[in-house]
Design a protein around this ligand. Structure first.
Ligand code: FRU
Length: 489
């Protein structure tokens, strides 16, 4: 409490104190969702990396646990993944099952300042409470490749092997293994494909049905790309769609096609949960809600950075081809409190139907229809001098966030900005699903076809709201708003 806690998110994951970056090792096991994360326990900026740890039964309320992995004689603990070794392929579990973390050990080559990145293992026989580093670490090295990190491992049913995808500078590499200890190079992908506006990091690869059809599935590859000063966007995440046969990935789009996971500025290094039970079947994602462009400078005090809401990823056929959709997990509905509802209104520029509603932790679900308005949308976290705008410009046909006046933004010149993407209204309509928290806004457009995730740092007293329209009217088909909060008993 107090000034040190200003901007503390209420329904997004944050470490209790100190620096956090990438989500790591997400795995579901024995009734718990595990979330590990890049953590610097001794400061609020990036430093010697540990894996922080939290668990949840519902993806919404998290219990903080002690640090899972700390630096050792092989170096710091960079990003990686975790799996359940159900059949004891490692021999770590005496015929039972347990958790294995596969991560990057980062240090320097002896007598040199050249970074050395090697892949290592740790395992837990007590549901992740304590971790033992494997005595044979590291298990995978490639002396000729400097950037060689962020292993994501999964079990590939068709070939009965573990597959590792990892980032190697300007491409990803695939390795296979029977026991997680011995790895064999399989193939590489990407030097000619997608965006290279930054070093490749934190890959993921998984199969998803198209429009829910199990007989028509495709493989999705996530690749985050680091902060290159040449691009105002900073660090961001792209994805590829195609096929994976256990050895090679085939991209079904052209090499020049770039598909962005998120059109906001603050969704980086996100990957998906391993071992979600088949009866659940969801592909669950969480991202780091920050950007390397300014991550070390954001105006929080006791801690730095939070995660996005947990999201479900699906594939849907669109007029442009198959695309990755994101929706907030259904569990988010459990924190809905007081509800407001409006429908069938034609709104003119001088009115604000939300003038009596205040809130800083909100879910807003709106369907709007174009009328004579040139631009319409929502202003959130509003005061006399602050506002964050989520708008649709009907003339330019763009959906955008404008955080120029969102609050504290002096800490980096690239932070105050307006950004978005082109969007043609479907049947003249635009659907917006917004989540507003103490220091963020997440915008899911047209049922998750497009997403914008942005940090904002408004004054805690900026709680005003406006549904605005410029130069003409807009039709409000429906608007549902929930105040969000945990029911603390
Ligand atoms: C991505 C990243 C990873 C690396 C980690 C270090 O944000 O740069 O590539 O493993 O952060 O903290």
């Amino acid at each position: 409490t107090g000034v040190l806690e200003t901007f503390r998110p209420q329904f997004h994951f944050t470490p209790k104190s100190n620096w956090m970056n990438d989500p790591n090792g997400m795995v579901y096991y024995a009734g718990e969702y595990h979330l590990f994360y890049q953590y610097h326990p001794f400061g609020t900026t990036w430093g010697p990396m540990h894996w922080g740890h939290a668990v949840s039964k519902d993806l919404m309320s998290w219990e903080h646990l002690t640090i899972a992995l700390a630096p050792d004689e092989n170096g710091a603990i960079f990003s990686g993944s975790a799996v359940v070794d159900w059949n004891d392929t490692t021999g770590f579990f005496h015929g039972g099952s347990g958790l294995v973390a596969i991560f990057t050990h980062a240090d320097l080559y002896p007598n040199s300042d050249r970074p050395r990145q090697r892949q290592s293992l740790a395992y837990s026989t007590d549901q992740g409470r304590t971790w033992i580093k494997y005595e044979g670490n590291p298990v995978l090295t490639e002396e000729s490749i400097t950037d060689f990190r962020d292993p994501k491992v999964f079990w590939h049913e068709k070939t009965n092997k573990w597959i590792m995808i990892l980032a190697a500078g300007d491409h990803v590499r695939f390795y296979t293994s029977l026991n997680l200890k011995d790895w064999h190079f399989a193939s590489e992908f990407g030097t000619e494909s997608g965006s290279h506006a930054g070093v490749w990091e934190c890959p993921d690869l998984f199969e998803l049905p198209v429009d829910g059809d199990k007989f028509n599935s495709k493989w999705v590859m996530l690749v985050s790309i680091g902060n290159d000063p040449a691009y105002a966007e900073g660090s961001r995440t792209q994805y590829f769609i195609g096929d994976f046969n256990g050895i090679t990935f085939t991209n079904e789009n052209g090499d020049d096609t770039v598909l962005w996971l998120d059109h906001g500025r603050d969704n980086y290094a996100g990957v998906t949960w391993s071992d979600i039970p088949p009866e659940d079947g969801r592909r669950l994602f969480i991202g780091w809600m920050s950007n390397w462009r300014y991550a070390n400078e954001t105006p929080t005090e006791a801690w730095r950075s939070s995660m996005t809401l947990p999201r479900e990823l699906t594939l849907c056929e669109t007029s442009a081809g198959v695309r990755l959709f994101q929706t907030p997990v259904a569990e988010v509905e459990t924190i809905r409190q007081e509800k407001h509802y409006w429908d069938c209104l034609t709104i003119a520029p001088e009115e604000n139907i939300l003038s009596d509603v205040m809130g800083d932790k909100l879910e807003i679900i709106a369907e709007m229809e174009l009328h004579s308005s040139r631009e319409f949308g929502f202003k959130i976290r509003k005061s006399e001098i602050e506002e964050t705008v989520i708008g649709y410009n009907a003339v330019e046909e763009t959906l955008f966030i404008d955080r120029v006046k969102s609050g504290v933004s002096y800490f980096n010149e690239d932070f105050p900005c307006r950004h978005g993407f082109s969007l043609k209204a479907k049947n003249n309509r635009v659907r917006l699903h917004l989540f507003v928290d103490s220091a963020s806004v997440e915008v899911f457009v047209n049922d998750g076809e497009l997403v914008l995730t942005d940090q904002i740092f408004p004054d805690p007293t900026s709680k005003g709201l406006e549904l605005y329209t410029k130069d003409g009217k807009v039709k409000l088909i429906s608007l549902t708003m929930f105040h969000l909060n945990f029911n603390h008993s």
